[in-house]
Design a binder for this molecule. Structure first.
Ligand code: NAI
Ligand code: HPV
Length: 621
């Protein structure tokens, strides 16, 4: 379905603009920028792009706030509501309490969870809560952040989160050592039958010969997944005198080599190892990767440790491998279904040692994870781009700081371009041309593209667009956005020289905006940190993109600026900028007029009535 940009839709949007100015608190509450909602006295930091965008919005809001007593409104701002659905370390909870209203409700039924998320701005979970599509549906757009207090995000429906514009952040580092230590604990206790021997004594037996174990020194350990946990397990296993190999298609060989670990193929790893320890994430590619076929390739008597995710093993196949003796022992912390059924043959198997998903459960790790996730969630609610975002681009702070004014420019150009489109066909095809002196690799345009998409979609639909869902929503609306880079010879000090937005295959409400190629085309630049409109169709103009804009196409003749200026002045509409662009002297010109206030209908009609004016359009930035 293509985006409809029909006149009626735009009129509906315009009527919103003519309604009385809302109070600041209301603007904040409904702002698409979280920081505007939750930070009464926003300060612009150079390293935060969303804050920068927000700052621009706030500037506009300050103008509006002259209509209301915004200080009172600010004092009554609601705090964000944060639902903590699983036990979180105290330090993290306290940190969250400083920032929002925290509801710690554990062991919620799926129904109760759905009810609560509809009243929550953020949700924090561990591995025990399934954050499904239904949860996002039930949140009805209120949920802005899901924080996973740990590493694995397989319990969160990331696709649904993205579709609903909800950021997902995790806490990927604080429990690494705990998980690695638990892996080593399982490895050693399995090799020496600690759990079984303990149970035997408690049952009144003394079975010394039954529980003769195997030694670790000199044995080969295959680490499947050489990431954070895998690396720490390798380090510790080396200390135990084991020969460590690893399979990880994405791990850098030099990092492995530095630890004396050889990276090998999957088959080589599983066929040569005495012990296999699993440390990869659960993904479609790793699901049940340990199955009848792969067990059959293993060395008879291999021992298996899983502190990663139950789903990477076909549990029925593992039972068969244990029964046949291919796998001598298994030590498992994680299961396909948690908690596993009491009747599970795997759990009850005498050669299996189990723990109830305790890998991350040390006091130290839980405090660390809680702080890590609390900071990430609070940051995300303030509008900061998270360093641990799972479903949004992570953009380095220095890139953000540099792109900040261009991001404002990008959104405004998108907003302007779509208001210039008319006719019943809808907007389908958008081309963005970046002129830049930078090398292709030196300019990350994802943020710019997202903001152009936001600018285009939001004025003509009720979709909430942000960095998380911009590409998804564009696709869903049938918008094809292509990007082109033109290298120009200007200073590479500035990331972008100009941004041009073209909408093709649509009629325009302002023929002057249609370039020779037949597409609506507008171009902008950042000048002294301020976004400017520099080109409309084939006409060069120069007007700062603040407030509102009137574009007029007229016969190029003396006195035009004065006439239009007078009409606006009589209605007390303040002109902030005026610029005239023409292609041929005394033929046609375009006048771009920046106005602080929105002129009423009569004033606009009077402008339209000026005989030399061929067409005009009022645009809200
Ligand atoms: N039991 C527990 O309480 C805990 C479990 N975990 C789990 O441990 C696992 C590893 O966590 P981290 O090391 O922090 O993650 P990580 O992202 O640092 O490492 C995962 C590694 O697996 C590799 N990998 C991806 N696909 C693979 C494949 N098909 N074959 C082999 N390797 C592959 C990646 O390249 C990466 O190096 C995750 O599943 C996580 O959920 C982590 C912490 C605690
Ligand atoms: O971080 C992970 O991936 C874990 O599996 C830890 O899970 P938990 O937070 O202890 O439920």
């Amino acid at each position: 379905m293509a985006l409809s940009s029909s006149c009626s839709t735009l009129k509906a949007v315009n009527s919103r603009w003519t309604s009385p100015a809302p109070k600041l608190a209301a603007i904040r509450r409904h702002s698409l920028l979280p920081e505007l909602r939750y930070t009464p006295n926003v300060k612009l930091t150079a390293t935060n792009v969303l804050r920068t965008v927000e700052q621009t919005t706030l500037t506009e809001d300050r103008n509006l706030s002259t209509y209301g007593s915004d200080q009172d409104d600010q004092d009554s701002l609601p705090k964000p509501r944060i639902l903590v659905a699983e036990k979180l370390g105290e330090a993290g909870v306290n940190l969250l309490k400083d920032f929002g209203d925290v509801d710690c409700s554990y062991e919620l039924s799926p129904e109760d969870l759905k009810k609560k998320v509809a009243e929550s701005d953020a949700l924090i979970v561990r591995s025990g809560t399934k954050v499904t599509r239904e949860v996002f549906e039930a949140a009805k757009g209120r949920l802005k952040v899901v924080g996973r207090a740990g590493v694995g995000i397989d319990n969160v429906d990331l696709q649904a989160a993205t579709e609903y514009g909800c950021l997902v952040v995790n806490a990927p580092t604080a429990n690494t050592v705990a998980a690695a230590e638990h892996g080593i604990a399982l490895l050693a206790s399995m090799a020496r039958n600690v759990a079984q021997a303990d149970a035997s004594i408690k049952a009144g037996k003394w079975e010394r010969s039954k529980y003769v174990g195997v030694s670790l020194v000199g044995k080969t350990l295959a680490i499947m997944g050489f990431g954070k946990v895998g690396t720490e397990v390798a380090r510790r296993a080396k200390g135990l005198g084991m020969n460590v190999i690893s399979h990880d298609p994405y791990a850098p060989a030099d990092r492995a080599r530095a630890l004396g670990v050889e990276l090998v193929s999957f088959d080589q790893a599983i066929s040569t190892a005495d012990f296999i320890s699993l440390h990869m994430p659960l993904t479609p590619a790793t699901k049940k990767v340990f199955n009848d076929e792969t067990f059959s390739k293993m060395k008879k008597g291999v021992r298996l440790i899983n502190v990663a995710r139950g789903g990477v093993i076909d549990e029925d196949a593992l039972v068969r491998a244990l029964d046949s003796g291919v796998v001598a022992q298994a030590a498992l912390d994680v299961f396909c279904e948690e908690p596993p059924s009491k009747e599970s043959r795997l759990i009850q198997h005498e050669n299996v040692t189990v723990t109830p998903h305790l890998g991350a459960s040390t006091k130290e790790a839980q405090e660390g994870v809680a702080i890590e996730i609390a900071e990430a969630v609070a940051g995300a609610l303030r509008g900061e781009l998270s360093a641990t975002a799972v479903n949004a681009p992570m953009v380095a702070p220095e890139v953000l700081s540099e792109l900040a004014p261009y991001i404002v420019l990008a959104e405004k150009l998108g907003r302007l371009a779509v208001q210039l489109a008319s006719g019943g066909k809808g907007v389908q095809s958008i081309k963005v041309v970046y002129r830049s002196a930078r090398d292709r690799d030196d300019l990350d345009t994802r943020l710019l593209r997202a903001m152009i998409t936001k600018g285009i979609i939001e004025p003509i639909s009720d979709s909430y667009v942000n960095l998380v869902n911009a590409d998804f929503i564009a696709k869903q609306k049938g918008l094809r956005i292509s990007e082109e880079r033109t290298v120009v010879e200007s200073s590479p000090e500035y990331p972008v020289d100009s941004i041009q937005v073209q909408i093709s295959n649509v009629e325009s409400s302002f023929a002057g905006a249609v370039s020779d190629g037949g597409a609506i085309s507008i171009e902008g630049k950042v000048k002294y940190g301020v976004p400017h409109l520099t080109c409309v169709g084939s006409f060069g103009v120069d007007v700062s993109l603040e407030g509102n804009l009137i574009l007029c196409r007229q016969v190029d003749q003396p006195g035009m600026i004065g006439q239009v200026g007078n009409i606006l002045g009589e209605q007390n509409v303040n002109v902030s900028f005026m610029s005239v662009g023409r292609t041929v002297v005394r033929k046609q010109a375009i006048m771009a007029i920046g106005v602080d206030e929105e002129p009423d209908k009569k004033t606009l009609e009077r402008i339209g009535g000026v005989s030399a004016i061929e067409e005009f359009v009022f645009l809200k930035l």
